[in-house]
Design a binder for this molecule. Structure first.
Ligand code: ADP
Ligand code: MG
Length: 277
């Protein structure tokens, strides 16, 4: 589906009987296939092998977290998956189609909020819809729906500078979801908010995930966050950045940090991160 506008081409079913408006696009699967990245050295510094032979996949509707020590290549992998950085080796497939650049099939959320300070909350959320073929009324309805989803309806006319960090990040999440991407890619999205807000945003993200059925690939260096959120945790090792192990988190949601099983998974992932080269 990547890069193809109107993925319904060839679909002969235009029967008028659809009760609930246009169907949500399917969640996408994403596959990393032997991804490697070498940053060339700058003058006297040598080249950096940031990623080496990274392969794993995320199934339709699955929530996968990527954890690892600082500098192990998480952001590099995130950017390659998003089509923002070119891999040196290997490829990324979104529903079987190679990713060759940014696409609206993916919603991307960075650690920094990247909100436009001169636009209101509603205008920020609707920004990506400007180029869509929705009518102004449809765009506004979509913005309202997204604001409701992240609990910011009463702040629709506020400007980013008047919002807390947690609220700004909710705006960024709403904006990434507005264009209805089939995959949500997030790089340490809650890294800049306090611990309490962070746990609240984690719960909200799980609600959004449950209600939208999106596929999520979420980067974090916070092990407890990964164990709270993920179906599977991809644990990376550094120098060169690579997959150490993939851990299935077999605990019912909502997960309680005080539970023995939770603590066991956290311990196991920490051990994997701490294990030498
Ligand atoms: P993480 O997000 O896990 O902290 P990064 O992907 O940011 O890791 O970085 C992985 C490695 O690649 C680090 O050694 C970093 O210094 C290097 N690196 C990241 N971006 C660049 C770049 N644009 N140019 C050169 N080296 C880079
Ligand atoms: Mg990073």
């Amino acid at each position: 589906m990547a890069g193809v506008n109107g993925s319904d081409a060839g679909d002969a079913d235009d029967s008028p009987g659809r009760a609930d408006g246009p169907p949500e696009p399917e969640a996408a699967s994403v596959a990393l296939d032997g991804v490697g990245k070498t940053y060339p050295g700058d003058g006297d510094g040598g080249a950096v092998r940031a990623l080496d032979d990274v392969s794993f996949s995320v199934a339709d509707g699955e929530f996968v977290c990527l954890v690892g020590p600082s500098g192990c290549g998480k952001t590099t992998l995130f950017r390659i998956a998003a089509g923002l950085t070119e891999a040196t080796d290997g490829r990324v497939l979104l529903d079987g189609t190679e990713v060759t650049g940014p696409t609206t099939d993916m919603g991307v959320v960075f650690q920094e909020y990247h909100l436009f300070p001169w636009l209101t909350v509603a205008e920020n959320v609707g920004f990506g819809l400007e180029r869509s073929d929705r009518s102004p009324a449809e765009r506004e309805a979509r913005v309202d729906e997204m604001l409701d989803l992240v609990g910011l309806t009463e702040f629709r006319d506020a400007y980013p500078k008047s919002l807390s960090g947690g609220m700004k990040q909710r705006v960024a999440i709403a904006r990434s979801l507005a264009v209805d991407p089939s995959l949500l890619l997030m790089d340490e999205p809650f890294g800049a908010v306090d611990a309490q807000t962070r746990e609240m945003l984690q719960r909200e993200l799980l609600d959004v995930w449950a209600s939208t059925g999106k596929t999520v690939l979420f980067v974090t260096h916070d092990v407890a966050e990964a164990v709270t959120l993920a179906d599977r945790v991809v644990v990376m090792a550094a120098d060169p950045g690579r997959v150490r192990e993939i851990v299935d988190v077999d605990v019912e949601r909502p997960r309680e940090r005080g539970d023995a099983a939770f603590a066991e998974y956290v311990g196991r992932v920490r051990e994997l991160i701490g294990a030498g080269p």
